[in-house]
Design a protein around this ligand. Sequence first.
Ligand code: ZN
Ligand code: ZN
Length: 231
Amino acid sequence: MPEHVDSPDCGCWGCIEESILRLRAADALGLLAKERLRPDVVALGEQAPVEYSLIDQLQQCLTNSAGGANVGRSRPGLPYDVVASEMWTSLWLELRNDVMDQGGFAEPDTPQRHALAILELLPTVDATWLEQKTPSWEWWCQAIRAHVYPERKTPVDGRCPNPECGQDRWFSYDEDGDRVTDTALVLTWDSGRVSGMMCRCCFSSWDRGQLLELAHVLNENLGQILAGKAR
Ligand SMILES: [Zn+2]
Ligand SMILES: [Zn+2]
């Protein structure tokens, strides 16, 4: 390994490690706060869809639960996504502390804005600080994904009842970057029982009580699944 030299082009081990760390931090903050164009999920020449940033996806969990303006959401007393709400608040406070740590404060006071502000400061922030913070930002990426796409889900055929969406297929990538496709709609589970349904395209969600009402417009098999007679 070459000796460290005082130059941005230095190729010593310490400098290589530090630049890898900055790339990891940039990846995590980018996923948290930036939307991504996905030209890879459509045929050549078609308009590429935009995938929301992870923070926006988390926020969608909030606006799609009680108080949201989605179809089937007109009745009061529907469950509120408490987990998403708590995650959003603690991520917001953490990123806000991080940006203040670096002597900045970004307006408006949103987690997205704070993450972008740190991203801008990234080339010059202290490496030791970054070493402490990066694992936490990476953890948030994982945690939001795990919440937005729950572990156990059963694909179910049908078009998303949200009139602004209406998709029946969903496209994404696996860890190897290979394109995967599945139904847009999935049933979510809680302790061995269907707890609700969500759309992987627009992140709308419906609780168990609403599913029977939707069954006849969506999928006749849904009633059977809810009754435990089919899977
Ligand atoms: Zn060096
Ligand atoms: Zn949808």
